[in-house]
Design a protein around this ligand. Structure first.
Ligand SMILES: Cc1ncc(COP(=O)(O)O)c(C=O)c1O
Length: 437
């Protein structure tokens, strides 16, 4: 298996190079040269297969021999080492809870897989005496925590996280700033966009690239994007156990950059018998409008209460079009999209808490609304625990949310972050003088 650039101007690479470099030299996203096809006998076997073995079998073709089987088995087992329960909310809508990982977010799966792959490749780099990887990541909250936790203690990989001062929730900040070891948090005096601009400049800077083997850990990296397929397999296992084969499992995904839903569509394209996909969006609704009008019109993002979906130009949509062979009619048969404003989102958190005793996070609430509008049996992906968005959720339900036991230990930890101006030259001189260049 190789990967080609959707920019079409760069040579094909293997999984290792795609994972280490993140993006192709022509700035295109990498896409597999062929989508693995599971036979109906394999799919039948998948119904009851152990999760870790299933994960290994799904990921093996994508990794294409760049990681030996025993190591890949271990990477997969560690990646999915928590629960993915499908919990009924109403008679027709169930929630696939993707927040039972260490940082209470779906990103744990991608971050854990990617970190362990880079750890494996970094061991090879040490043996070959080449430079280890330095992961740079800008975060508005969730990505940083998942990446920090996923990479913590991974030998030979250093992680530097930039986050905007005062703009992440208390739990998110503790997740970012209390790891120590190979994880460094930079508290940037600016916005998320400032953090992202610094990271982008760093990837273009000759001196920094000379000193470090820089890697990004955002969702365009194949090693973060592709393992997201796994929980669609796990959801389907639970769905067929409850509903049998005849009721299609329709899937509503709260979408921003469209990496998550695109991973589900890859699973379907490889033979997993999934139903219809619905992309649930907030006011940032370029895809909703595209499906209605046929015009793909990117816009500047606007701030909403489901802020992880505040994306005006979804980077992974180009991959969805590639799966659909750029055929708009084909796309419309597989994918629908609805969008909602903040008022109805908060009202839905309140309503579902009162009527169904279920606490949705703002992203899950947007998905729930879309599932109601879609009006057929469906699952929604609950992408983060509501405790990660306490301001919105507590306002909506009128109660304090209990912090899950699994993260309570963070409350006793001391935040350690390096203050940094929102300025690339300050960041660059810090990088070049910090002692590991
Ligand atoms: C909680 C949450 N829900 C949904 C999304 C949207 O996922 P995607 O960007 O893959 O569409 C994100 C992305 O950051 C997120 O953090």
């Amino acid at each position: 298996m190789e990967y080609y650039s959707l920019g079409k101007q760069s040579p094909n690479v293997n999984f290792k190079t795609a994972a280490i470099t993140g993006q192709a030299p022509d700035k295109g996203l990498y896409f597999p040269t062929s989508i693995p096809q599971f036979t109906s006998a394999q799919i039948e076997r998948f119904k009851t297969l152990d999760k870790a073995i299933l994960a290994f079998e799904v990921m093996k073709p994508y990794v294409g021999g760049t990681i030996d089987d025993a190591s890949l088995q271990q990477i997969c087992a560690e990646t999915i080492h928590f629960d993915f329960p499908l919990v009924p909310i109403t008679e027709t809508i169930s929630s696939l809870e993707l927040f039972h990982g260490p940082t209470l977010a779906f990103k744990d799966v991608g971050a854990r897989f990617m970190s362990r792959c880079l750890g494996y490749f970094s061991k090879q780099a040490r043996a070959e005496n080449t430079k280890p990887s330095t992961v740079l990541v800008a975060t508005s909250g969730d990505t940083g925590g998942a990446v920090a936790n996923g990479f913590l203690g991974v030998e030979g990989v250093e992680v530097i996280i930039l986050y905007p001062k005062g703009k992440v929730s208390p739990i998110q900040e503790l997740q970012l700033t209390t790891c120590g070891q190979n994880i460094t948090a930079l508290e940037v005096e600016g916005s998320f966009d400032d953090c992202q601009a610094i990271v982008k400049d760093a990837f273009m800077d000759a001196a920094l690239n000379d000193a470090y083997n820089l890697t990004s850990a955002n969702s365009i990296n194949v090693a973060r994007w592709l393992p997201q397929q796994l929980y669609y397999f796990f959801a389907w296992q639970q769905w067929v156990a409850n509903h049998g084969d005849d009721v299609p499992m329709n899937i509503v995904v709260p979408s921003g950059n469209f990496g998550n839903i695109c991973a589900g569509m890859m699973a379907k394209a490889s033979g997993l018998p999934l139903g219809h996909f619905v992309a649930a969006c907030n006011a940032n609704n370029v895809v909703t409008r595209y499906l209605q009008t046929g015009n793909y019109e990117i816009r500047k993002s606007v701030a909403t209460v489901s802020n992880a979906m505040d994306v005006g130009n979804p980077s992974n949509f180009v991959r969805i079009m590639e799966i659909m062979q750029n055929n708009f009619d084909h796309l419309k048969n597989v994918l629908s999209s609805y969008s909602y404003d903040d008022i109805v989102t908060e009202a839905t958190i309140h309503r579902i808490f009162k009527t169904n005793n279920y606490i949705l996070d703002p992203h899950g609430a947007v998905a729930f609304l879309a599932a109601e509008e879609f009006n057929k049996p469906a699952i929604i992906l609950e992408t983060a625990h509501p405790v990660k968005f306490p301001e919105v959720v507590e306002r909506a339900i009128g109660e304090t949310i209990t912090i899950p036991e699994s993260v309570q230990f963070l409350l006793d930890k001391q935040k350690v972050a390096i203050p940094m101006g929102a300025n690339f030259s300050v960041f660059k001189s810090w990088m070049l003088n910090k002692g590991t260049a």
